[in-house]
Design a protein around this ligand. Sequence first.
Ligand SMILES: Nc1nc2c(ncn2[C@@H]2O[C@H](COP(=O)(O)OP(=O)(O)OP(=O)(O)O)[C@@H](O)[C@H]2O)c(=O)[nH]1
Length: 839
Amino acid sequence: MKTPLFNIQQLRRFSSFRGLNQEIKISPLAKIRNIGIIAHIDAGKTTTTERMLYYGGLTRSIGNVDDGDTVTDYLSAERERGITIQSASVTLPWNGRSINLIDTPGHADFTFEVIRSLRVLDGVVTILDSVAGVEAQTEKVWKQASDLGIPKLAFLNKMDRDGAGFGRTVKEIVARLGTRVVLVNVPHFKHDSASQGSKFDGVIDVFEKKLLQWEEGDGTDLKVTDISDHSTTPELYEECERCLEAAVETLGEFDEEVVSAFLETEDYMKVPPSVLKAALKRATLESYAVPVLCGSSFKNIGVQPLLDAVVDYLPSPLEMKLPEVTTDFKSIARSKKKQPKKDEVNDNHLAVTIDPVSGLNINNNKNLTTALAFKVLTDPMRGIMVFVRVYSGQLQPNSTLLNTTTGERIKIKKLLLMHADTPREVSKLESGSIGVITGVNSIRTGDTLVSHATKKDVNGLQPRETMVKLHPINIPPPVFSVSLEPVTHGDRRNMETALETVLREDPSLHLSEDDESGQTILSGMGELHLEITKDRLLKDMKVNVDVGDVKVTFKETILRPTNYFTKTVPCEKGGEFKITLSLDSFEGDIKETSFAEEPSFIALNMDNNAILLEESSESEKIRESLKGLEGGEKGWPFAIAYETMIRALVSGVTASLQVGGPIARLPVHSTIVRIKEWEVPLAADNVSPLLTLARQAVLEALASLDPKDTTLMEPQMKVSVYVNDEDLGVVIQDLMGTRKANISGIEETGDEAAGDELRWAKQEAERTYVPQDPTMMYIKSGQAAGKKAVRFNSPLKEMIGYLPKLRSLTKGRGVYDMEFAGMYRIPGDRLQDVLRHDL
Ligand SMILES: Nc1nc2c(ncn2[C@@H]2O[C@H](COP(=O)(O)OP(=O)(O)OP(=O)(O)O)[C@@H](O)[C@H]2O)c(=O)[nH]1
């Protein structure tokens, strides 16, 4: 769900905090941990977060999901909508450190939000349900975090439940997520006379050689027993020794200090905890191994050691590698393309702090402040709050920033740090910190903000510095849409204002206009996504609007190139604006075509379209001036900056492609606009004529197309269905028939990793030591026998309403997950059907 992580209204109820002695000081960077919690739905993310806030002293009592009184609970927040203030991050103190917990929603419809949050995190805690093991969403978010090189911890929750399998789940983590593990703690069970079975009551702290047992209650009463003496606790000693042996073996392959420490006594129990902890931290940062802990958040067992582990094993911002930067408009530096030096680039793509085109390094640039806006919220009291992560330099209040994504200069006033429910005004936001800019309404999620690190304006920045962009947050294309129609004419203004707010907060929503019907079309990532947005518009914002049914988004694309079209207009100050362009077609992802290799290729951020400034397309004058710039920062004789001209071309082209193609007036997709020639007079002080010409020329090119020169495109989804052997036949029959599925494979579940990786992971899982699971029967590799995963691509249109169908075919046992695979041309036999029924 779109989970507001923190409902400040509820936090406020707990006016006297438990941990007053833990007042957060504004921490030096080494003391900060920017972390997120990721989990499959229901693994216990909310329950665990509640305990963290409580033990951190931010709440006075523990809320429970099932009683609907949690701080972070979505439904109660829903009920209190209007007075609820969401927050993207909250800071809690732990052991002298500040842990910034950053919201990461679990539902697949909000993948974009997960990616957006992951971008600003330095580490993640992955919560698994130890009864269910590794689940589909765990795998997905784990992979996303791995792709971004983010260090991870695993917390095996729900150890109190029947069927909880610590050992089994650990083996699944290794085999299915493809990682080594180090067991930081393992479960402890006591004999339960009532059930004549065993009951989870605590954990063995492996490195410290201690047994921690929790008393019933809020989890603050804890019995600690030393288990380092074989004569007093022989069984616990031996279990701990086996775990330490495994830890020393795993870490020893990575870290020589562990080997030396072990060789001093050749006794696993005598390797100092400090050596193991330091090695495990390094191993975690390098993604060599993942620390594993366990507990039962619901029973208040094991959460404090998890907080300790966050502090011990996840990095501070100082230890995290800086993100990739680019300077846009490559053409300015095109002849200066330089390869980054070997030692400047790490395998992990996040490590590149140097723009390979311009050579600019944000890491050692003392002048430059760079920050990424990762969430925008509208707070009824404070107005618009822009959450930013500062990557270099420092943000200062009452200063001017440059939004390099839009080219706009922005005056900012206050800066805030989130401290429990009360955002606190601060005199600066330093590199590594996460804070809030208030009172600015032009910043969107994903924008890069730069400023001078010491001055209060951007005047001292080099031209190249003003073009720095942190790697933008990729927004997946919206595949579903609804029409919006104000009930009365007077409601239109209200609707527009509300939509502006909603879109500012959620850039994965998109607005367009249906020229024929005049309707406003709102597009989003999934049915649920649009449902929640609709709720927000109708219920929270009280907009009087008719919302149509959710439909799949279709696009149009061209099948053959057009002729070139030329447009000119004289300039009042002398000379003329001119443009000559054509449209060309391609298939696939534009960034992977040969066009993308061209020096003057500009990918548009919508609909897989791009502009190609053909070789020598610029007027003689522009070319000469650019050459001048390459030699140094010599004069640029034009009254208008080069980037401003490019922005005009981009805006003109983007807007006209949205107007649509000849078949159904749908926005044009997968099209390249080849600009053969363009001119701007030297004296011109305004680019709007260039924008207009670009727009007119594209519209003329589109109008020249015959309907048979274009076709429709539709979203296809990459789907995995998990079913029992006995249901496989009927499920496949339905997939091949009704769902138009293109099946790529049927696998035993558990075989998700591919090739060598799979072999490695399986071997690693086999040799990974895990304690016996007393509460469950051991099922080999953790999977119920005879489960199959069917992988296929299918048109999204055919997948609507699939869940009830799958349930009825499999007596409720089948599950599936799907993600966007891409927009594909609709084959001729289905085209008529779509035109008739869906448009
Ligand atoms: N027995 C047991 N139940 C738990 C534990 N942790 C959470 N639960 C229960 O599991 C259910 C889901 O817990 P949540 O904390 O809402 O899980 P979540 O991951 O936040 O779920 P979403 O917000 O839907 O993604 C609730 O009924 C909890 O009471 C645990 O340690 N033991």
